[in-house]
Design a protein around this ligand. Structure first.
Ligand code: 0A1
Ligand code: ZN
Length: 896
């Protein structure tokens, strides 16, 4: 496949063009002579023609390779190059192909293929990195058995790792050594990995249910061994959980995790040899926050769960990416929930997941990069590792579980792995297996329609309306669904939407029994109503008064629910809903309403944004002895600027920022005594443990400090900032220390400077902590345009580097993608800065550049002068010749 047209413009790959490969690769024998400047790769493959497709030449993918030799059955063979592809004609039906190439890992700043990070070799092959190592059929439906021999200097690279089992190792002349690895499972090339360098490992042997022993290893640099305990525990928990919940055992004698500080993404599920960004491995209480601990647990789980959902059963083509990613995110979400000790902690996790979906995926689904969970076309597949594929994909799997029940879903998963073990399959195959295991379910009945979740992009909207009929003592909810147009999809068909509903008594707040029209008995608790038509009515009977409906409990579908709640109804839900998600949601709706009113009011209007009822309700939540601290912290967090902006047709980002800051200031002052109380109640969490209860208390204490410093800013009080600085100095763990630092920085207090200097001095040798130091400053609330000059200064700091993705993200992304109030400047300087950085990064690392390019996805919603300035900045990037496919695709879609 050629990926550029005659004019050199990248060509889109389309799902409908899928064709089975013309050749299969049965075995691959790779020998690496590792050298940073020139690594030699000998690739010996046993291949055969796919008899099911017409005879055609063999076309192997390659990228930035130096080709030295091609042998077919041991004889020099004629071949030609078509673009980057190596083409061989006239091959027999089965043959051995031997290819000898070299590459230059030390110059590989894209971090795809074989690269060097801190004197260690790593690989990254998903999605199309293997072709940067050798010529290959680099597509996931070509699965082969791998044997890998690594040869390198023993002193410089004492540890040599690849997938599977170590079968041989030994010495070679001239101070070199070798290791030979055999992977017992067939795999696509994207799951290949090697690591070579000076590493040490934490090891643990565990026994599976069937009595089989496995060796678990976490490899890091020598100084980091004391930061691997949590990752190892997370791995052990993952192995136990997958076996207990889904009956899926660890299938390898040895399972390895290796950490690198140079990585484009979070981590990678290479068979038996997961490679991780250090950010998702290294933690001890002095360097990592509670959020880091929780992310590590999720990502370790995620990569481990891929061992089945991804590695044992993989994707037929990259359009099916959500087959493995949506399912695996769902599995890691369930894992983290199942590790929670109680329902409240589970709900907190669910709220956090939904918050990610709504602040990142909903905007994506409404913008120029909107695509279905199973996309129809792409120019660069790396651009489709998106929140839609991952998080919305996980919601689609979750809806299946809701429709067939937890047990039915487990049966479906069992059938899926029985049917497709060792295969490369499609999203259709997955949905079919879940439905076939549950033939009586609503999923089976509505399967073709349900699968519109895979094919239609955009976030569906539910317009719900309730009418109480006193005479019939009934309450009818009318629900109309719609879905806005998205690129290439002007109209949409109705979705299957599982809607979880409950009713509360308006005066007592108590949950009411539910009896649908035509039913002889009432039930208690939540009901799942399955919507499938454009408009539907649901009538509840036996009601003495108009109830307060609690709709979309637990966020049972990834939709936007519009319901004209009165403030009083929302306050009832906030105070009483037994569904914690909707209880939180009621608070968010109230906060959002206040923000939108504040934004709509004249700029000169000085009335406070938050009314007394809201403040009182927040005080009640804060003081409620029945609620957990973690949940309180979520309720008291106002909707983000991004989420508020998403509700507006035309966005003035400065206005959004000002109003939200005004709301924060008001919460700070009005609840001053309550924040003092909350801090006193929660700040001492004893010996450090990252469990949900104590981390929730630290989160609430941190929030309280933040508001207390903010209130001090208004009142001139010096006590709380002083206490905060002391707290910063004395803190026994990074969470408390960082929260105190954040309180000083985000309130703009003068003490922030010395705290920042001290923080840097303490942690100057801890890269991940220095990332926090950068990102805290670049992400701080803007006051009069002060953040951009600071960001430019931070880029001149000796610790800054554009080549290290984590560091680039900590400064540039924290400003452009995570700090709208600072980034969107009326003078357009933020956009100019963005365009310069996108272009600069594109020459180093296209994946990172393309991600940054997405910071202006929602430009067309902006008010003037932002809109025109943003468009101009995007056009400037698009006009740059030699842009990577990655960045080209993002900016041309933005301008389309
Ligand atoms: N499959 C990985 C994500 C991943 C994708 C592409 C990469 O290339 C740089 C790296 C990782 C996961 O879901 O964790
Ligand atoms: Zn994944």
């Amino acid at each position: 496949m050629l990926q550029r047209d005659a004019q050199g413009q990248p060509i889109a790959i389309r799902r409908e063009d899928y064709a089975a490969p013309a050749y299969w690769i049965d075995t691959v024998d790779l020998t690496f002579d590792l050298d940073p400047a020139k690594t030699r790769v000998l690739n010996r493959m046993q291949m055969r023609r796919n008899s099911e497709v017409p005879v055609q030449p063999l076309r192997l993918d390659g990228d930035e390779l130096n080709l030295a030799r091609v042998l077919v059955n041991g004889q020099g063979a004629s071949f030609r190059m078509e673009g980057e592809q190596l083409v061989i004609d006239g091959l027999p039906d089965s043959f051995e192909l031997e290819i000898f190439t070299t590459c230059c890992p030390i110059k590989n700043t894209k971090l795809m293929g074989l690269f060097v990070s801190e004197d260690t070799f790593f690989t990254q092959c998903e999605a199309e990195g293997f072709r940067r190592i050798t010529y290959f059929l680099d597509r996931p439906d070509v699965m082969a058995s791998y044997t890998v021999t690594l040869r390198a200097s023993k002193a410089a690279y004492p540890v040599l790792l690849s997938n599977g089992n170590l079968v041989e190792q030994g010495e070679l002349p001239e101070g070199r050594h070798f290791a030979k690895w055999v992977d017992p499972f067939k795999k696509p090339s994207y799951l290949f990995a090697l690591v070579a360098g000076k590493l040490v490992a934490r090891e643990q042997r565990i026994k599976a249910r069937n009595g089989k022993e496995h060796l678990l290893q976490v490899y890091v640099r020598a100084g980091d061994l004391d930061k691997t305990e949590h990752a190892m525990n997370s791995l052990i928990n993952s192995v136990l959980w997958d076996e207990a919940r889904f009956g899926l055992p660890l299938d390898l004698d040895r399972f390895m995790i290796v950490a690198t500080s140079d990585f484009n993404m979070g981590a990678m599920e290479n068979k038996g040899l997961n490679i991780f960004n250090t950010k998702y491995v290294l933690a001890n209480q002095a360097t990592a926050t509670d959020a880091d601990y929780s992310n590590i647990e999720s990502v370790v789980g995620h990569e481990y769960f891929h061992n089945w959902s991804g590695d044992r059963v993989t994707c037929r083509d990259w359009f099916q990416l959500s087959l493995k990613e949506g399912l695996t995110v769902f599995r890691d979400q369930e894992f983290s929930q199942d590790l929670c000790a109680d329902a409240s902690a589970r709900a907190v996790k669910r709220i956090e997941d939904v918050r990610v979906l709504r602040t990142a995926q909903f905007p994506e689904d409404a913008g120029p990069m909107a695509h279905p969970v199973r996309p129809d076309s792409y120019i660069e597949i790396s651009n489709f590792y998106t929140v839609t594929i991952y998080e919305k994909g996980a919601e689609v799997v979750r809806m299946m579980q809701t429709l067939v029940g937890r047990k039915g879903f487990e049966a479906g998963i069992t059938l899926y792995f029985e049917r497709h073990d060792g295969q490369a399959v499609t999203c259709d195959d997955f949905a079919q297996a879940i439905a076939d295991a549950n033939p009586e379910s609503e999923l089976a009945r509505l399967l073709p329609q349900f699968k519109r979740w895979y094919s239609q992009a955009g976030t569906p909207r539910l317009a719900a309306h309730g009418v109480y009929d006193a005479q019939n003592r009934s309450y009818t909810l009318s629900v109309v669904q719609s879905c806005p147009p998205t690129p290439g999809q002007p109209t949409k068909e109705p979705f299957v939407i599982p809607l979880n509903v409950g009713l509360l008594d308006a005066s007592s707040g108590r949950e009411l029994p539910l009896q649908l029209e035509g039913e002889s008995e009432a039930t208690h608790g939540t009901r799942t109503v399955v919507l499938s038509r454009a408009g539907e009515q649901i009538t509840f009977t036996g009601l003495d008064a108009e109830p307060v409906p609690s709709i979309l409990r637990g966020f049972s579908a990834p939709v936007i629910l519009d319901f004209e709640y009165t403030d009083a109804q929302l306050l009832t839900l906030l105070a009483n809903d037994p569904d914690p998600f909707n209880r939180w949601e009621a608070g968010q709706r109230l906060g959002l309403r206040a923000a939108l009113n504040g934004i709509a009011a004249l700029a000169t209007d000085t009335t406070p944004v938050l009314n007394d009822a809201y403040i009182d309700a927040m005080r009640s939540v804060l003081r409620n002895p029945q609620l957990d601290a973690a949940f309180k912290e979520l309720v008291l967090t106002l909707p983000s600027e991004t989420y508020i902006a998403e509700q507006l047709d035309v966005v003035d980002p400065q206005r959004v920022h000002l109003v939200r800051e005004a709301m924060r200031a008001q919460l700070a002052t009005a609840l001053f005594a309550d924040w003092e109380w909350a801090y006193e109640q929660n700040h001492d969490t004893g010996a450090y443990s990252p469990d949900p209860t104590s981390s929730g208390r630290r989160a609430l204490a941190g929030m309280a400090l933040n508001f207390l410093c903010l209130a001090a800013r208004a009142s001139g009080d010096a006590v709380w900032p002083g206490k905060t600085l002391q707290r910063f100095k004395d803190a026994g763990n990074m969470t408390d220390r960082f929260n105190a630092l954040n309180a000083l920085v985000s309130s703009g207090h003068t003490l922030a400077a010395q705290a920042l200097a001290r923080f840097h001095a303490i942690f100057k040798d801890e890269a991940l902590v220095i990332d926090k130091w950068f990102s805290l400053q670049a992400g701080a609330p803007d006051r009069g345009g002060d953040i951009l000059p600071l960001v430019k200064q931070l880029m001149k700091h000796p610790d800054f580097s554009l080549k290290n993705p984590n560091r680039a993200r900590s400064v540039i992304f924290s400003f452009c993608s995570a700090n709208p109030g600072a980034f969107h400047r009326p003078d357009a300087a933020g956009y100019v800065f963005w365009s310069e950085r996108v272009i600069e990064l594109d020459a180093i690392n296209p994946q990172v550049a393309a991600r940054l390019a997405r910071a202006l996805d929602r430009w067309s919603k902006l008010a003037e002068p932002y809109r025109s300035a943003a468009r101009e900045a995007i056009a400037r990037v698009a006009a740059k010749p030699d842009l990577s496919k990655d960045t080209h695709e993002v900016v041309t879609r933005a301008l389309a």
